[in-house]
Design a protein around this ligand. Structure first.
Ligand code: HEC
Ligand code: HEC
Ligand code: HEC
Length: 443
């Protein structure tokens, strides 16, 4: 059985925030919450913030009208309308009903599937539940059923089966002892509200979260949620707390990481709205979770091997960049007997118009630099191969999209580009991804 892959469907964002993409190292402040209004009570406005920390929008859509497919090994499970519509939504819920749905996965008339992350929300405290409930009363009702609803075959359609699953997989709320107050707040955010583990913790045989592999990385459809325990090689042990805060605020760290997949959505809908205090608390907690070493380590960046930008003016000036690309293309020998030249020619043809001849891209056009990224420096090239094959839809970067090259490029060509990128922009001494590796990864 494959672990549950919670793939959040393409939610187009209308709230492009230039602060997030500003190409400066200064840390932007929390983006102001679009769902807070002075007309609402303080309790409801606090609930609006908690809804962000719990990322309800990721699965229920921005207007909470539902209908988003959550892919699981047993089939697609669709989220429901959670606006206060009495006919289509949760308008008839009492606060107790709401609490039971969130914490126990029990809706008034039926048992929910754990695609709704109640095993994580189980630990949400009563004050936060009350605030969330108050907030959901202020959401504009959507008077329509979601376009798609869940239809699982027998016996999976017997929702009461989940009761047995819950006994095994819904943890009793246990908090680590010996944590500072800040770390405790971080623990609550990471485990319960933000439910980071639903993506970053591998699943056990029954599809519950495998506690012994807490936050050590898990496959997620065509992506992989990396190890975020403080292991120095395979996890984020080398990141400072400030690095973690900056990443959760902006989705990127210059020449190190760029969130282009499901994490970009978590940042776009949720973490970028959090207060500095809450982000710091999560960072402080992530520094003290048990270290787990996994085999997909990040090859440390040797900064001296990273390329220098061909020229600042070329990187920033689109016309100059276009001319420069044409010039380099015309002088690159595409003789296929020479592997290095043919993969350079492929990179120039397929990638350079967006990521630049030098990998530094076109910040003006909001294409990201790929120089030094951890995704191209992993021992396993899977993340890079997947991005080349399937593209990146860009929840943070709302304008351009990266196309997938699955159909255009052969496995050998994808391998060639991956090797070229890993060595020339990742600074690796060598890279030997083969066509067979690409075939295995994309199967
Ligand atoms: C990872 C995806 C995900 C997230 C995040 C999520 N939900 Fe859900 N939720 C679902 C799915 C899927 C269902 C439907 C489950 C089913 O049909 O068994 C659901 C069902 C519900 C229901 C039951 C509604 C009904 O009567 O059918 C409520 C209430 C609810 N969610 C509220 C919330 C709130 C509030 C949040 C944020 C605190 C939230 N959800 C976050 C996926 C999610
Ligand atoms: C919807 C699934 C999902 C959720 C929820 C999620 N992540 Fe991620 N995360 C990913 C994926 C996938 C990546 C890989 C990059 C990407 O998708 O853009 C990632 C990347 C990261 C990275 C970068 C690690 C590296 O070495 O490159 C960190 C740090 C991180 N996540 C922390 C968190 C924290 C903290 C939370 C909770 C606040 C969280 N994530 C919630 C899926 C998720
Ligand atoms: C049409 C423009 C375009 C082309 C062509 C393109 N990309 Fe991208 N690429 C993007 C954008 C935009 C993003 C960022 C997506 C986002 O913000 O979520 C990106 C992201 C990336 C990332 C970072 C993703 C991560 O999670 O680390 C890598 C690596 C990458 N591209 C490599 C390539 C390679 C290699 C090629 C050629 C095979 C290529 N790109 C072709 C636009 C492009």
């Amino acid at each position: 059985m494959k672990p549950i892959s919670v793939i959040l469907s393409a939610l187009t964002l209308s709230m492009a925030s230039s602060a997030v993409m500003a190409d400066s190292v200064r840390l932007p402040h929390a983006t102001s919450l679009p769902n807070v209004s002075p007309a609402n009570s303080n309790l409801a406005n606090r609930g609006a913030y908690i809804a962000r920390t719990a990322d309800c929008m990721a699965c229920h859509r921005e207007d909470y009208s539902g209908g988003v497919a959550i892919e699981t090994p047993i089939g697609n499970i669709y989220s429901t309308n959670i606006t206060p519509s009495t006919r289509y939504g949760i308008g008839n819920y009492t606060e107790t009903d709401f609490k039971k749905a969130l914490k126990k996965g029990r809706a008034p008339t039926h048992q929910l599937y754990p695609a709704m992350p109640y095993p994580s929300y189980h630990g949400i405290n009563d004050a936060d539940i009350s605030a969330l409930f108050a907030y959901f009363q202020t959401v504009p009702p959507v008077e329509a059923a979601p376009e798609k609803t869940t239809h699982l075959p027998f016996p999976l359609n017997i929702r009461t089966l989940m009761l047995a699953w819950n006994v095994i997989n819904v943890p009793s709320t246990e908090n680590r002892s010996g944590l500072t107050q800040t770390q405790q707040r971080g623990e609550y955010l990471v485990n319960n509200l933000e439910h980071c583990g639903t993506c970053h913790t591998p699943r056990n045989l029954t599809q519950g979260l495998d506690k012994d592999k807490y936050l050590s990385g898990a496959p997620l459809g065509k992506w992989y949620a990396p190890n975020i325990t403080p292991d120095n090689d395979s996890g984020i042990g080398r990141w400072s707390e400030q690095d973690i805060v900056t990443y959760l605020r902006t989705g990127m760290l210059d020449k190190r990481v760029y969130a282009g997949g499901p994490m970009a959505e978590a940042v776009a809908h949720s973490t970028r709205y959090l207060t500095d205090g809450d982000l710091s608390a999560m960072a402080a907690y992530l520094k003290v979770v048990p270290i787990i070493k996994t085999d997909n380590h990040v090859i440390p960046v040797d900064t001296s091997r990273l390329p220098s930008p061909v020229s600042r003016s070329i990187t920033y000036n689109l016309i100059e960049q276009k001319d420069y690309l044409a010039q380099v293309k015309s002088t690159t020998n595409t003789d296929s007997n020479n592997d290095r030249n043919s993969s350079k020619a492929l990179y120039l043809a397929a990638c350079a118009s967006c990521h630049g001849v030098d990998g530094y891209a076109q910040p003006d056009a909001r294409y990201p630099s790929i120089v030094g990224l951890s995704s191209i420096r992993r021992a396993k090239p899977d993340a890079l191969i997947n991005v080349i094959a399937y593209g990146a839809k860009g929840a943070l970067n709302t304008v351009p999209k990266m196309p997938g090259f699955e159909k255009e490029l052969s496995h050998a060509q994808i391998a060639g580009i991956a090797n070229y990128v890993r060595v020339n922009f990742g600074g690796l001494p060598s890279s030997d991804v083969s066509a067979a590796d690409v075939k295995r990864i994309l199967k």
